[in-house]
Design a binder for this molecule. Structure first.
Ligand SMILES: *Cc1c(COP(=O)(O)O)cnc(C)c1O
Length: 233
């Protein structure tokens, strides 16, 4: 078995255990394998081990990988999206998790309208108010979600966050709770369609266990599957 296949197996077992111990069904939790900066060959290994959903941060890289792997993979875009890349993003990705401003909503909607398609999206929330991170501030989430109601080609399915990093994952718990509360507010106000399932994309290699305990439905995991990332070239 390859290391990647082994890591995936351990991870699935761990997700399963944490879900059950949190009184959740393991199939509520979808694993997004974050393959940014890893080669297509690494993704092929994960595919062979049954992993078909991948997360990418750079749109050109995502497009190249989609071209190589085609419909065998589903790609989630989890990086900062520029408006001039909206068309490629809409054509390449199965979900964009990082909607954070009206401008990107308008650009994506225009391309989706031309292509006569819909796209699942999440709004990225910058819970720590960190200036170096993308995402909208919590107090502005509702107005962005309201704005998005006029752009129905984007199907808003929930929220995503990347909280401030702390070595102690327990300290991220309040952030995960806040994201969940925000999503519940939006849903109560009818801003997430009439979804029976609201997506919460939260939790990475070092804190996914806390995220699952707090209701994550999508966890984005890179290093725990693929190992240390190669440096930016
Ligand atoms: C890189 C990245 C991840 C994966 O992080 P790991 O610590 O490698 O699991 C998750 N989410 C986002 C937004 C990322 O950029």
């Amino acid at each position: 078995m390859s290391i990647i296949a082994e890591n995936l197996e351990k991870l699935r077992q761990s997700i399963n255990d944490i879900a059950l111990r949190s009184n959740r069904s393991p199939d509520e939790i979808q694993l997004v394998a974050v393959s940014k900066r890893f080669a297509v060959t690494a993704m092929e290994e994960a595919l062979e081990a049954g992993q078909a959903v991948f997360g990418e941060n750079y749109i050109q890289e995502a497009a190249q990988k989609k071209q190589a792997l085609a419909d065998r993979v589903k790609l989630h875009f989890i990086g900062h999206l520029q408006s001039n890349k909206a068309k490629t993003a809409a054509d390449t990705c199965d979900m964009i998790e990082t909607i954070d401003r009206p401008k990107i909503v308008r650009s994506l909607h225009k391309h989706l309208e031309n292509a006569n398609r819909h796209l699942d999206v999440l709004v990225q929330v910058n819970l720590g108010g960190e200036s170096q991170k993308s995402g909208i501030l919590p107090r502005d989430v509702e107005s962005l979600a309201t704005f998005m109601q006029d752009y129905p080609r984007l199907r808003l399915r929930g929220l995503m966050t990347m909280p401030p990093f702390t070595p102690d994952p327990e300290l991220t718990r309040p952030y995960f709770r806040t994201l969940r509360a925000l999503a519940e507010q939006l849903n109560t106000k009818g801003l997430l369609g009439n979804l029976s399932r609201v997506e919460l994309s939260m939790g990475m290699s070092h804190d996914y266990h806390v995220a699952i305990e707090e209701g994550a439905t999508l966890i984005r995991i890179g290093t725990a599957i693929f190992g240390a990332r190669p440096p930016l070239s």
